[in-house]
Design a protein around this ligand. Sequence first.
Ligand code: FES
Length: 252
Amino acid sequence: MKSTTYSDKVLDHFRNPRNVGVLEGEDIAVGRVGNPVCGDLMEIYIKVEDNTIKDIKFKTFGCGSAIATASMITELAKGKSVEEAEKITRKDVAEELDGLPPIKMHCSNLAADALRAAIKNYKKKENQPEPAKTEFMKITGVDRFKDGGVYHKVVDINRLKDKRVIILDRGEDSVSRACSLQKISPRVIFITPNQRVAFNRNFEERLRKARVKILFESEVLEIIGTKTVEKIKIHDLNEDEVYELFADAIIL
Ligand code: FES
């Protein structure tokens, strides 16, 4: 396939995505992942009965290829046993779609990783759920950039107009701040070490409505830059991966 062409199947799944939406309830497991290459996000919800994936839905802040691969992976996984679904790879999805342009292969990671994360969380729930973390670990660079983009509290959020801002989950205040900032900033990313924002579904809904991106199960390891904040090093706790995001400011 040429680097820019899409197969008919990709276009079909992009234009008419299957299984879009969310599932709710105590028995639902969710997989949430971010793409370190482009910063896009994917969520996959699964309902498992008798070790079989009975229902599955997805939601993404991703490109057309991410939508098409998520749509296809939900079709592939539905009705399969947990073990079979776990083995679905991004290559399987790309093949079912009759290929993806090489430069878009990274997008197919999102769907495959989100499905695996959902299954991992399902298994975790089946056993004993781990206690939620309540604190971020120590972040390298906080003192170094205290006058260059690191804020403990922003009195006037207009100072952050048009900046790319990372906000750490510190409860309701941080949620309100993120929602206000999103109105004047091109990109606000909310980071929580937990599977739920501040352990509260309403907070999460507020952030989603305000179109703030949320990175679940993630911790900031380090602030990077020369004189001011330029990048943030993030640890994806679910996948145990470390990656960097461009940012101008971070609110602790
Ligand atoms: Fe981000 Fe495709 S460009 S998922």
